[in-house]
Design a protein around this ligand. Structure first.
Ligand SMILES: Cc1cc2nc3c(=O)[nH]c(=O)nc-3n(C[C@H](O)[C@H](O)[C@H](O)COP(=O)(O)O)c2cc1C
Ligand SMILES: C=C(O[C@@H]1CC(C(=O)O)=C[C@@H](OP(=O)(O)O)[C@H]1O)C(=O)O
Length: 388
């Protein structure tokens, strides 16, 4: 399976194409739209989310609600485009009198300056329109399609926010996807610790008032993942590496670890490796999960535990020093309407790209033409592993 996304933030729409997806999966469009709506929520988001009402439209690869095995095309309209029609018109040159809202003072931490240098743009809007995380709406839609495939195999996953700025909002216990879903539905921060909600709201409000922004830490947990997805045989077949690349491919993600991550480095091996057990009813399992479900680039049957660091939002309402790309005049960086923190939607975006990589690994391992055949092969494989 491969996928592409296209579309500018204030252009007419986002497009996604998935190729190599099996025939015979009944898609729930309500579920896709629910995930898109969830991605728009979260305390600390900017005004743009009041304008958009993300809904997916499917124009190929699905008939009467069931996938056909042919390329699936997904579309999400940018409602805000109506305010940017002439500025973002894909074809017609603009009226010379209109304000094109050109961007000349690159924002530190955004793609503006280097994107302009590399592609030779003299209006940095040509960079920011595509480097914007607006595109992540489409990755969430594609991830929701993949999560529906995984759910047919009883593989579940969920993401939540562990930390916002300096505030730790995690619990000591490792929660499984169903518990995470239950807990995060109770607040607008996708955190599992309800006691921290008030303090975090206040913290985000204060940060906004100060013209500043926040990042944080996210965790995604996947359960019921069979052993043997990915491969140790070549570096580019390792599934933990593919997941790491997909996660860092999301705007503003700066670190990814598996299991106990950096904490593993200082410990002796005896406290890190997960002891091996076998029992007739359960098959193979481990008594701990410090390695987060991966050995040799392969899933080992334990839950996958993926932790991600997101940097603070680069656009600052109290901007940092910058220089005009035309006059070289020194001034403050440009300000574009912006989020104070996007850690909440980011947790769903990360969950989505992990779902995509897991679905790709499943389709690389088993029949990828037909869903029923895939399920039969998958069940036989799981039974075989249990008695290995
Ligand atoms: C869901 C989401 C929303 C974001 N919203 C904003 C925003 O409103 N303003 C902004 O400057 N950056 C925002 N970002 C981050 C930038 O898109 C990102 O930092 C920028 O494209 C540079 O890429 P890099 O941080 O990966 O180097 C957001 C990121 C995510 C995941
Ligand atoms: C549009 C979305 O996020 C955008 C991501 C973003 C950025 O620079 O990454 C900048 C802002 O864009 P705008 O200036 O249009 O408000 C965010 O709103 C979205 O998530 O749907």
């Amino acid at each position: 399976m491969i996928y592409f996304t296209a579309g500018e933030s204030h252009g007419p729409e986002l497009t996604g194409i998935i190729e190599g997806f099996p025939a015979g999966l009944r898609l729930s469009i309500d579920d896709l739209n629910q995930k898109l709506s969830d991605r728009q929520k979260g305390y600390g988001r900017g005004y743009r989310q009041k304008i958009e009402h993300d809904q997916v439209r499917i124009s190929s690869g699905v008939r009467h609600g069931v996938t056909l095995g042919s390329p699936i095309t997904l579309k999400i309209a940018n409602i805000d485009h109506k305010h940017w029609g002439e500025i973002m018109d894909p074809l017609n040159p603009p009226d010379p009198e209109i304000n094109l809202r050109e961007v000349k003072y690159p924002r530190p931490g955004h793609a503006d300056l280097v994107g302009g240098m590399k592609y030779g743009h003299r209006d940095l809007r040509n960079v920011l329109e595509r480097s914007s995380a607006r595109e992540t709406a489409m990755r969430v839609a594609i991830g929701a399609v993949c999560a529906q495939l995984l759910s047919q195999l009883d593989i579940q996953l969920a993401g939540y926010v562990r930390q916002i700025g300096t505030i730790d909002a995690d619990t000591d216990q490792l929660l499984m996807p169903e518990q995470i879903e239950q807990e995060i539905r109770q607040n607008d921060l996708r955190i599992v610790n309800q006691d921290k909600v008030e303090a975090i709201h206040e913290y985000i409000d204060q940060t906004k008032k100060a013209g500043n922004t926040l990042g944080g830490v996210i965790r995604v947990v996947a359960e019921n993942v069979p052993a043997g997805l990915g491969s140790y045989t070549s570096w580019n077949e390792k599934l933990d590496a593919k997941i790491a690349a997909a996660v860092i491919g999301i705007n503003a993600m700066k670190g990814v670890t598996f299991g106990d991550g950096f904490d593993l480095a200082a410990k002796p091996g005896s406290e890190v490796m997960d002891p091996i057990y076998w029992e007739a009813d359960q098959g193979w399992f481990r008594s701990s999960n410090h390695l987060g479900g991966f050995e040799g680039g392969m899933t080992n049957g334990m839950p996958l535990v993926i932790n991600v660091a997101m940097k603070p939002i680069p656009t600052l309402y109290k901007p940092l020093h910058s220089v005009s790309i035309d006059t070289k005049e020194e001034n403050k960086a440009s300000i574009e309407r912006s989020d104070v923190t996007a850690i909440v939607p980011a947790s769903l975006v990360i969950e989505s790209v992990v779902a995509i990589e897991l679905a790709k690994a499943v389709l690389d391992t088993f029949d990828s033409s037909n869903m029923e055949r895939l399920k039969r092969q998958y069940r036989a494989y799981c039974d075989e592993l249990k008695n290995y």
